[in-house]
Design a protein around this ligand. Structure first.
Ligand SMILES: *[C@@H]1O[C@H](CO)[C@@H](O)[C@H](O)[C@H]1NC(C)=O
Ligand SMILES: *[C@@H]1O[C@H](CO)[C@@H](O)[C@H](O)[C@H]1NC(C)=O
Ligand SMILES: *[C@@H]1O[C@H](CO)[C@@H](O)[C@H](O)[C@H]1NC(C)=O
Ligand SMILES: *[C@@H]1O[C@H](CO)[C@@H](O)[C@H](O)[C@H]1NC(C)=O
Length: 398
């Protein structure tokens, strides 16, 4: 009840009262944090004195993806892939003293950060305009795994001259990886180690209270809505007052798991400003299908269309047996988007799990594993140690 009142107030403020209560953000948070809310990949790296390159990669089906690089030519390439509604910026938001992207660069790696089709940085296509053409929006994470990841990986290997790279994926960045390596198994050979953070494949045990809202939203929207939660300035409404702020944080916790230490609280507005970064509603629908079926399988188009596409009335399962690349699993107890029970099932079925790490901290949630101020000390440096074990000698990789 209290939430719906606060939500109503937020809406009214957006509609009628742009200026009232303004200044809460600036009064409560340090100027540098407020500045970070307005900076994109280019602005953030410039501010913190890191080099950045933007590369454009065209997929087989003609999407033009933006891949960012913290360039360290001749060093081993590491590729980082974000989750649903997120973007490459997730690897930098926590700042140079904490974020995984900067950390890998500081340790001497050539760091590449991908962007999936349809997000804030990858709304480009050879023929379609994302703003007006429905045809742009015909994909799920299946296509991200089938086309985006292979295109970005091939591009990076070609640019750097290496034959393999190390992969870090978060959430959907793991789902799409499992799609790629099961359906296009030749890509197993191009990865030294897959580090899977908050992995998502099976979703039988999902505990997400907002799910029913999402289902209703999808039912009501029919096929009228395809782009889902693109990046906007509406986040500012969260920082009009203490009450609107608490309400927004509460929604965030309901989605990813309650853990006020999942982020550096001083920087909370930075994360809220950059997420969500947009996706296709079909990606969400595909995930809901996994929750309902308990299977890790291709998109369900209904039995007639399935028969045409898959030669079977039910969608096909992804053949996990074909994922031969070494996989390290990193997951948490308090994750409301990736249940540890489901990850345990995944661990049993993947043929080559080399690290199976369920963090003992009972509070850690879906985002703490990348964002939290303690993540470098308690998680990232161990992940790097594991990654190093699978690096071939440098003269064999070039
Ligand atoms: C679209 O791609 C071209 C390169 O092909 C790039 O120059 C341009 O900045 C991209 N636009 C966006 C909005 O990403
Ligand atoms: C379609 O499935 C049937 C029954 O499983 C099988 O006999 C047939 O060979 C399949 N056809 C194709 C084109 O794969
Ligand atoms: C989130 O997941 C935890 C652990 O599975 C569960 O105890 C909790 O009830 C869930 N919270 C919400 C808001 O669904
Ligand atoms: C939290 O963020 C503030 C502001 O950016 C920063 O000064 C501080 O060092 C960070 N704390 C930790 C523990 O990383």
């Amino acid at each position: 009840m209290q939430h719906s009142v606060a939500f109503g107030i937020i809406c009214l403020q957006i509609l009628f009262c742009g200026a009232c209560l303004a200044g809460y953000l600036e009064q409560k948070y340090p100027a540098s944090v407020v500045e970070d809310t307005t900076l994109d990949m280019v602005g953030l790296t410039r501010k913190y004195h890191y080099p950045l390159e933007a590369h454009y990669v065209t997929t087989q089906d003609k999407y033009i993806l933006c891949v960012f690089r913290l360039p360290r030519p001749k060093a081993r390439p590491v590729f980082l892939m974000h989750g649903l509604l997120d973007s490459s910026i997730t690897w930098l938001l926590s700042g140079p003293w904490s974020a995984l992207g900067y950390y890998l660069y500081d340790l001497g790696y050539d760091v590449w950060m991908g962007n999936a089709r349809g997000n804030f940085y990858s709304r480009n296509h050879t023929y379609y305009n994302a703003n007006v053409d429905r045809s742009f929006w015909r994909f799920s994470w299946h296509e991200i795994g089938m086309y985006d990841l292979p295109a970005m990986i091939d591009y990076i290997l070609h640019e750097t001259g290496f034959v393999k790279l190390a992969y870090f994926g978060h959430s959907q960045g793991t789902t799409s990886f499992f799609v790629m390596t099961s359906m296009r198994p030749e890509y197993n050979e191009k990865i030294t180690l897959m580090s899977a953070l908050a992995p998502v494949a099976y979703m039988k045990n999902l505990e997400a209270p907002l799910m029913f809202l999402l289902r209703n939203f999808i039912a009501i929207s029919g096929n009228a809505i395809y782009e889902f939660l693109p990046r906007t300035d509406l986040w500012r409404a969260c920082f009009r007052s203490k009450m609107t702020e608490d309400t927004c944080f509460d929604y965030v916790y309901q989605i990813v798991g309650r853990d006020p230490k999942m982020w550096n609280a001083t920087m909370a507005p930075v994360y809220v400003a950059h997420l969500p970064s947009g996706c296709n509603l079909k990606q969400v629908k595909h995930y809901i299908q996994l929750v309902d079926s308990g299977r890790f399988c291709q998109y369900d188009y209904g039995s007639a269309e399935n028969q045409k596409r898959y030669n079977s009335t039910k969608p096909k399962e992804y053949p996990l047996k074909k994922i031969t690349v070494p996989v390290a699993l990193y997951y948490t107890y308090n994750d409301n988007l990736s249940s540890y029970k489901d990850v345990k099932q995944l661990a049993k079925e993947l043929p080559n799990v080399v690290e199976n790490c369920l963090y003992p901290n009972k509070r850690w949630n879906h985002m703490a594993i990348i964002w939290s101020a303690e993540a470098r000390e308690l998680a990232h440096n161990h992940m790097v140690e594991v990654m190093r074990k699978y690096e071939p000698p440098i003269n064999q990789t070039v």
